[in-house]
Design a protein around this ligand. Structure first.
Ligand SMILES: [Zn+2]
Length: 247
């Protein structure tokens, strides 16, 4: 398999990096050397070492340009891991478009690495999609990030990192990934490529399969598109995630 940077259409590539499909900073946010993962085809479900989770899908240049996105996801993960512990911050404010781009980067990484359990492997993407990750083209209105209400039961909440895609079968027989659902410590983040996806989810009630028999009903999760405030209730304590969406 040729090693190729998925951002090659932007030009300026240098040496391919050992990119983490799930950002290393996210994996390390819990302060452990391994994480519990589900929904990655090339990884055993269960606990895996963080050093094992690399794929040759981005060059060093493009990888380093995107490190602020990884840090945004890591900040969210660290905040969640600290919940309920002494000194935990009850509020986290993030830049919404940056979090959105971070989830899109993870989506493309999952597809480029072939790690998505049910998704096709795609090596290259439309230039506009790649530019969206780098913030030079806006994510089309109605597409992008939605956040799910916290409907996890205790077992699901134990998932530290879970990734799955929802795919459509096209008339020509190909499978087209429509969205990714990334679950960080029980918080579902969905990136949609279609403005009608949330309405479709309510109508068709699809399930996403995270492996190990764990399939989640997306309709039951009540995703909110571009929410500004997300309140997580944990052991009677409120934790507020604030997302800024500049107009
Ligand atoms: Zn590159």
């Amino acid at each position: 398999m040729p090693r190729q940077c998925w951002a090659a259409s932007l030009g300026g590539c240098n040496r391919i990096s050992g990119e983490h499909v799930i950002p290393r900073a996210v994996l390390e946010a819990s302060g452990q050397r391994s994480v519990s993962t589900e929904g990655l085809a090339r990884m055993p479900t269960g606990t895996v070492g963080t050093s094992a989770m690399t794929a040759n899908i981005l060059c060093n240049h493009h990888n380093s340009l995107l490190s602020p996105l990884d840090e945004t996801l890591a900040a969210l993960q660290r905040w969640q891991v600290a919940m309920g512990k002494p000194g935990a911050q009850h509020e986290l404010r993030l830049h919404g478009p940056r979090l959105e781009r971070a989830v899109l980067k993870l989506f493309l990484g999952t597809l480029a690495s072939g790690w998505g359990a049910a998704a096709p492997t795609l090596r290259q993407f439309d230039l506009e999609v790649v530019r969206s990750v780098f913030g030079t083209t806006p994510v089309p209105m109605g597409c992008g990030l939605s956040v799910g209400h916290n409907t996890w039961n205790s077992r699901q909440r134990s998932m530290e990192v879970a990734v799955s895609t929802l795919n459509s079968s096209m008339a020509d027989g190909t499978v087209q990934p429509q969205c990714v659902v990334v679950v960080l410590n029980g918080l579902p983040l969905l990136f949609s490529t279609s403005p009608t996806l949330l309405a479709d989810i309510r109508s068709f009630k699809p399930k996403v399969d995270f492996g190990q028999g764990l399939a989640l009903d997306l309709a039951a999760m009540e995703f909110q598109y571009h929410p500004s405030t997300f309140i997580c209730d944990m052991n009677g304590q409120n934790y507020r995630l604030l997302l800024d969406w500049p107009t």
